[in-house]
Design a protein around this ligand. Sequence first.
Ligand SMILES: [Zn+2]
Length: 241
Amino acid sequence: MNRCESMRPIIDAYLDSELSPTSAASLEAHLSQCESCRRVLESRKRLSRAIKKAAPRVDAPVGLGAQYRSRHRSPIRRYGPWGLALAFAICGASTAWFLVPRPSATDRLVDDLIASHQVPDGATCERLDTSSPMKIEKWFQSRGVRFEPQVLDFAGAGFKLKGGKVSQSEGRKVVALVYDHAGMPIDVFVTPSAYADAIPVDKGGVHVRTWGSCGLNYWAVASADPSVLVDLRDQFPSRDR
Ligand SMILES: [Zn+2]
């Protein structure tokens, strides 16, 4: 099986943000080098936009989306977008709710992380400016953070550790490592891995890339070119495979 044949089947899952960080990263790496797979991606995006535009918005009862997803795999992944289009033609608007689910816990977290990145001095945010990983670790502990993020400086690779932040998302503590890359701030938020994968997210010029390591989720957030976030991610040792 050549590289393209192994990548094509996961493009739909990628568009649906259903891939693990590792699979998404290897697909992104392939897409950056393969024009023919990029064309496939673009045509799937156009199709998905067309379907979303054609489907009426129907609000689902709270919890129904999660119930559905726990019982069924994504219809897009199972049948591809044409199968989904066919399902619409057959079932009509009554099934439209699963395409327009209410924001999930992960979506709400990502929105909070982006807001925290854009307004670094928000009311619920505390920060410590130091390049010492040890000071940052101790400070996290003193703030009641119950998990232990990998606090690492990658100045040699162009990612200089500038400090740490502690903020909240829906009552939970979220910490961030603050990096500087060529004058551009990058926040790497760390949460217990209680959230589903949500990558890649690109909203209003802000990019989010996530990965898992040692039972924690890392969320790199910046306006920098997304490939910079992938470079930073690759600096962290012992990512989950
Ligand atoms: Zn290819």
